[in-house]
Design a protein around this ligand. Structure first.
Ligand SMILES: [Mn+2]
Length: 324
């Protein structure tokens, strides 16, 4: 049983206003099906639960965007990136969609899609928060992977492994058509970024994390300290006066709980640890935006409904649902 949260958000004028963006995009990686996630989440009743149980006033245009009209016909590999123009065009459009809600002071929920779309969501939130409040945005990235490869360090060339590099300016581009559209006010600082749940990091990424002193809590830290202590440390690092964007990759959960995802890695978060992370971030009152990405209902069809349910639960927890 769910009930409406009573907490007043610190950085949003009205706790009831929620903008939803449904991004049916899979071009940041090679497996089909992740574009069907928004519909699967919505069909399982997610938006209805947010409206009826959590008393949100939801602004949603009623469509899962596929961006076919802006997809370039010709999109060869460039700097080792696969489909660079497509991902750039889509994330640029997503950035505008998210900004549209965030600039009006709404909480923004984005349902993906693969994790490349976070280039759009976080750039949109960062820009709106800077304009509206003159503050920097913090990002909590919950994931099995760090997604911080530059085009040059990436082994696969899949852009869903690079969003954090573009968002922090570790990877840059001049050309508008290939992420050159990302401006300074749309970026985040490596000092305001915190990872939770990491367990599959590429060699180049390890070097980047170390060299830039990026705060990261791997599964080792969760085993050592417990998820409660890890959340205290993660939120302590960000501080209580900074708006937070939570980008939640469902592959952070152990495949036992969320098997239907493109790059599952064993040894992950339990279902409760995933919900607990979202609950703790919600309790701060600082959360202004949430992404839920990488649910792929076509992979491990037997586990698809479990994965969708886990995703819905994380969203409800981040939006203030509590057990009691
Ligand atoms: Mn990811």
């Amino acid at each position: 049983m769910t009930s409406a949260p009573t907490l007043q958000p610190k950085f949003l004028p009205n706790r009831h206003d929620l903008g939803v963006v449904a991004v049916g995009f899979s071009g940041g990686q090679t497996k089909a099906g992740v574009d069907a996630a928004p519909m699967a989440l919505i069909e399982s009743g997610l938006i209805q639960q947010l409206e009826e149980d959590l008393e949100f006033k939801v602004t949603y245009d009623g469509q899962v965007h596929s961006y076919t009209d802006i997809m370039p016909k010709d999109d060869p590999e460039y700097r080792n990136m696969k489909r660079p123009k497509s991902v750039s065009a889509v994330t640029r459009a997503v950035s505008e969609q998210v900004y549209e809600h965030a600039s009006k002071g709404k909480f923004v929920l984005t349902l993906g899609g693969d994790h490349s779309i976070a280039i759009g969501t976080i750039s949109g939130t960062a820009r709106a928060i800077k304009e509206r409040l003159g503050r920097e945005l913090a990002v909590i990235w919950v994931d099995a992977h760090a997604d911080i490869n530059t085009p040059e360090t990436s082994e696969s060339g899949n852009i869903h492994g690079m969003p954090v590099a573009f968002l922090t300016g570790l990877a840059t581009e001049e050309n508008e058509e290939t992420f050159g559209w990302i401006r300074e006010d749309q970026r985040i600082s490596t000092k305001k970024l915190v990872y939770i749940g990491l367990r599959d990091i590429d060699r180049g990424e390890k070097k980047i994390l170390r060299e830039h002193g990026i705060k990261a809590f791997s599964m080792y830290d969760i085993d050592r300290h417990g998820i409660g202590r890890v959340m205290d440390m993660a939120l302590g690092w960000i501080g209580s006066d900074t708006p937070i964007h939570l980008s939640f990759d469902v592959d952070a959960l152990d495949p036992m709980w969320a098997p239907s995802t493109g790059t599952p890695v064993r040894g992950g978060l339990t279902l409760r640890e995933g919900d607990f992370i979202a609950e703790c971030v919600a309790e701060t009152g600082s959360l202004v935006a949430l992404d839920l990405v990488e649910v792929n209902p076509s992979l491990d069809v037997h586990g698809a409904s479990d994965t969708v349910r886990a995703g819905c639960s994380i969203v409800r927890c981040a939006l203030g649902d509590t057990l009691l």
